[in-house]
Design a protein around this ligand. Structure first.
Ligand code: MN
Ligand code: MG
Length: 685
């Protein structure tokens, strides 16, 4: 941590407003006989290391609350070790957090909704971060997931917005938040301060080579995703509004400069997208980097990594330099998620006699990971910081008790290991829960839609992206809350949309991008699964709706024999589809109506809670009732060569138990280094 400096005569004028004339005299006296007027040190240089955490998602511990087991691959307790190491390495550091900190684990839900943390106590995430001492942060979209009164409480008060007691004083985050592009509708002012100015003292190297201490003002400004207005509409509509990151930066960065900020660090809870700029764009980093006066940019939200030329996929848009770690010349980082990386921007600074100037070309950025390979090729992990875990131990144990609460039982292994090839075993119960929930609501409260059939879609949220353990996998036996959270990974809320039969076909065509186009004539091996994320592979799981996916056809022409109640789908017939807030509001790439315009009900309830509730009401879960309804299969095709895919290691018995007799195990180790096996699928069967 840098210490505040009040002892630099050339800088005193900046402090007068804060300390007043008497204090100024005292400061001058305290500075004694120094004849250092700052300008004597012109030419001094220093490195300021900006350290970034982002998208921690309440992963204080390296612990999986779904599996009730340690997972060393993430957790702030290990990032903390990297922070301490960086502070030893660099004389001058600034630690910032980029948001999406307070949501994402069962512990987060526990402290927000199950046993709400009292006003006098810090959230466990903030408490853990406090052990390291953050200098500043911003808010991600997920900070809004529990509503504004809760956010007001955990930030310590001060949100002057309708429905919130802004005067409530609570424990708070422990570090200043800056957010420039979300405004209170009540005050027309930023919901939290748009920026903060940190006054610190840098240890610098004088032109004569001697160490010299010089003051610096670092301006920190934050931006979040305008998508909050859709995703948390029920909490935010009419209460706050957003502005584009570029518009907010154009307004406030000059203000920061005018107030004497030597350096401006932008905390963007967003990443990079090569699309043309719009004020509602989710990932405007390429555009924000071009706003004059921004010296460094800390990114996130996409849970990706920058700089990292070897990442798959790596950012490759025009203006991105993965080697230098710059975006349009601005040093930048994106430190993965869940504490897996620490971003480090080394800002090279020069003292011109009265202020610091950033030498951007001499600056650089890098990521430091908690996980790496040693010389022997084995995965090794940074050790956890000794102080962090014990700080939250009581709450950690309480969250474990919460997620272990039994709510039912299952007679089959509910997994997404083979969801990509037709096993509905972990998805059907989600669809059943969503369907029942929406149908009941329509009957009670939306009579104008009572005549429409209600169907549901969901997707295999965990489908191997992170490796062989990244699948929903619920064992036979008792079902507890942690299992329900495994069945529904995200803290989404249920939304109902009105579409017609034609929309359903197009929706499914978009979801079928999950597959590469298979050439039946090709004799060499072809990989079935594309890079289109599994969580976007929406599917129905009901005998009422049937379709085939023809992977030999190009994207857009794959859905065959779509039928409702045994008859070809009438493109004009209307339906209500239960889905989630993300799909309903930002699913325009599926069908136009998923831009929010098709929504007939934005429910306040989390899909996960709806699933938990459904299991509570239907506690005896069976394959026959809850895991065997296949709405779709692959259209039959004879291929000259093998069609292959990866899934969890040695899990063929799971496919067989699901009745997928066309799946075979080809190699126990598929060679990807992710703990997955290679499977074949015979599309002719
Ligand atoms: Mn996030
Ligand atoms: Mg985010």
């Amino acid at each position: 941590m840098l210490e505040p400096s009040f002892c630099q005569p050339t800088r005193i004028s900046r402090s007068v407003a804060r300390f007043g004339a008497l204090a100024l005299a005292a400061i001058l006296a305290a500075c004694g006989g120094s004849d250092d007027d700052g300008s004597a040190n012109a030419g001094a240089t220093a490195t300021l290391a900006v350290l970034e955490t982002t998208d921690l998602h309440f992963n204080v511990r390296s612990y999986d609350y779904f599996k009730l087991a340690e997972d060393k691959s993430y957790g702030f307790e290990r990032t903390a070790t990297l922070v301490r190491a960086a502070r030893k390495e660099f004389a001058n550091t600034l630690l910032v957090d980029n948001g999406d900190s307070i949501q994402g684990t069962a512990l987060a839900d526990y402290e927000a909704t199950i046993s709400p943390i009292p006003c006098t106590q810090q959230l466990s995430m903030y408490k853990a971060m406090g052990a390291l001492g953050f200098d500043a942060g911003t808010l991600g979209n997920h900070e809004f997931n529990y509503g504004l009164p809760f956010l007001n409480q955990v930030l310590g008060g001060g949100l002057d917005v309708e429905g919130v007691d802004a005067t409530k004083k609570c424990a708070g985050a422990g570090y200043p938040m800056a957010l420039a592009n979300v405004y209170s509708s009540k005050t027309k002012k930023p919901l939290v301060q748009p920026y903060t100015i940190l006054e610190r003292t840098l240890t610098a190297k004088g032109a004569d080579g001697k160490e010299v201490k010089l003051p610096i003002k670092v301006g920190v400004i934050g931006f979040t995703t305008p998508g909050i207005m859709n995703w948390d509409k029920r909490y935010l509509e009419g209460k706050v509004y957003t502005e584009g990151a570029v518009e907010a930066a154009t307004k406030y960065v000059p203000e920061l400069r005018a107030k004497g900020a030597d350096v401006v660090v932008a905390l963007l809870h967003g990443g990079l997208d090569s699309a043309a700029y719009s004020p509602t764009m989710e990932n405007p980093g390429l555009h924000l980097s071009k706003v004059a006066g921004i010296d460094a940019m800390v990114m996130g939200h996409q849970h990706s990594v920058f700089p990292d030329a070897a990442a798959t996929p790596a950012y490759r848009q025009a203006g991105v330099d993965n080697k230098a770690g710059t975006i349009n010349g601005v040093p930048a980082v994106m430190a993965s998620s869940w504490g897996k990386s620490l971003g480090v921007i080394q800002l090279a600074l020069q003292w011109d006699g009265s202020k610091w100037v950033v030498n951007k070309t001499a600056s650089k950025s890098e990521l430091r990971n908690t996980q790496s390979k040693n010389a022997a090729g084995a995965t090794v992990y940074v050790e956890p910081d000794a102080a962090v875990a014990q700080l939250i131990e009581t709450q950690h144990q309480a969250a474990i008790q919460y997620v272990k609460t039994p709510i039912g039982s299952t007679d089959f292994r509910m997994s997404t290991l083979f969801a990509d090839v037709g096993d509905p075993g972990a998805i059907q119960i989600v669809n059943q829960a969503q369907q029942a929930y929406v149908a009941a609501y329509i009957k009670a409260s939306l009579p104008q839609y009572a005549a429409l059939p209600v169907l549901s879609v969901s997707a295999p949220f965990k489908s191997g992206f992170q490796g062989g353990a990244d699948y929903t996998d619920v064992a036979v036996g008792p079902l507890a809350i942690n299992n329900a959270a495994d069945l529904y990974l995200y803290p989404n809320t249920v939304y109902a949309v009105k579409v017609n039969g034609g929309d359903i076909k197009n929706w499914l065509e978009a979801a079928a991008k999950r597959f590469n186009q298979i050439d039946p004539a090709k004799t060499t091996e072809q990989s079935l699964i594309s890079t289109f994320p599994g969580y976007n592979f929406d599917m129905f799981t009901t005998p009422d709706l049937q379709y085939e996916i023809d992977v030999t056809q190009p994207v857009g022409s794959r859905i065959k024999n779509l039928a409702y109640l045994g008859k070809p789908m009438d493109v004009a017939q209307e339906f209500v589809i239960a889905t989630n807030n993300y799909r309903a509001t930002s699913g325009k790439s599926f069908i136009d109506k998923l831009d929010g315009s098709g929504t007939i009900w934005a429910s306040p309830d989390a899909n996960r809670d709806v699933v938990i509730d459904y299991i509570r009401k239907n506690p005896t879960v069976t394959r026959a009732t809850n895991g065997a309804a296949k709405s779709w299969r692959f259209a039959k095709a004879t291929t000259a060569g093998p069609v292959v895919f990866s899934s969890g290691a040695n899990a063929l018995s799971v496919a067989q138990a699901a009745g997928l007799t066309n799946v075979s195990l080809l190699a126990a180790d598929d060679g990807l280094g992710k703990g997955t096996s290679k499977y074949g699928i015979d599309l002719s069967k």
